[in-house]
Design a binder for this molecule. Structure first.
Ligand code: AMP
Length: 213
């Protein structure tokens, strides 16, 4: 029996059609069911529903054989014990720097100002600003980053942007795209060796579904 770790929301919704292409349907919808372990039409596959940022942990420790996680989460978490064979091309977005409307980010950077940056993605942000040679004080937040520049907690945020609607609704502007993000399939390295025969058909199905996207 193999265990696939998914998170609710975009990752689950966009992984479902990929599983369907392999002829696999899931027994329940996690948005309406409170169950955290879901059966599938394949007796050899079950799905666990965990927080997006916990998916790599479940896979690293082998509690799940494989999982789907955004690159943002993988970069923050590190890839120890993980094999990352397939870019699924789903849950696409970008990681960007955004500031309050009217804040002249480029001038502040040119003048060598020390910027306060609020983000959930401190590792990505630290590396980005270090490469640019911008001095920053990073403030770790766990959500609602958009609020930080509005109430003076930070000059800028580093957050995921998809349509840009959330920034717009909060009078923020995207000033610097940092990287494009998509969800990847990750596999526990030990399980990949031990359960290769059982895993391979699923990996092939994901690979095929990703190519067709
Ligand atoms: P949007 O308004 O479409 O630009 O979406 C921005 C909001 O959705 C922000 O709060 C982001 O943190 C979140 N978001 C956007 N894309 C993703 C993604 N692929 N995975 C997780 N969160 C996302």
């Amino acid at each position: 029996m193999l265990t696939l770790a998914l998170s609710k929301g975009r990752i689950f919704e966009e992984t479902l059609p990929m599983l369907a292409k392999a002829g696999i349907t899931v027994s329940e919808d996690p948005e309406t069911s409170r169950k955290l372990i879901l059966g599938t039409s394949n007796p050899n596959l079950k799905i666990i529903i965990v927080r997006a940022s916990d998916v790599p942990t479940y896979v690293q420790f082998g509690a799940a054989d494989f999982g789907v996680a955004g690159q943002d989460v993988l970069i923050e978490n590190g890839l120890d014990g993980l094999y990352m064979p397939i870019d699924l091309g789903i849950a696409k977005c970008r990681l960007s720097v955004a500031v309050k409307e009217g804040f002249d980010y480029n001038s502040a950077v040119k003048q060598g100002a020390r910027l306060k940056v609020a983000t959930k993605y401190v590792n990505c942000a630290r590396e980005h600003f270090a490469i640019k040679g911008v001095h920053v004080d990073l403030i770790k937040l766990y959500g609602s980053m958009e609020l930080a520049p509005l109430i003076g907690l930070a000059d800028a945020i580093v957050d995921l942007v998809s349509t840009g609607n959330t920034l717009k609704a909060n009078h923020l502007v995207e000033v610097e795209p940092m990287m494009t993000i998509s969800a990847h399939l990750i596999v526990n390295q030990a399980s990949h060796k031990r359960n290769r025969k059982e895993l391979q058909p699923f990996l092939d199905a994901f690979e095929l579904a990703a190519q067709k996207k």
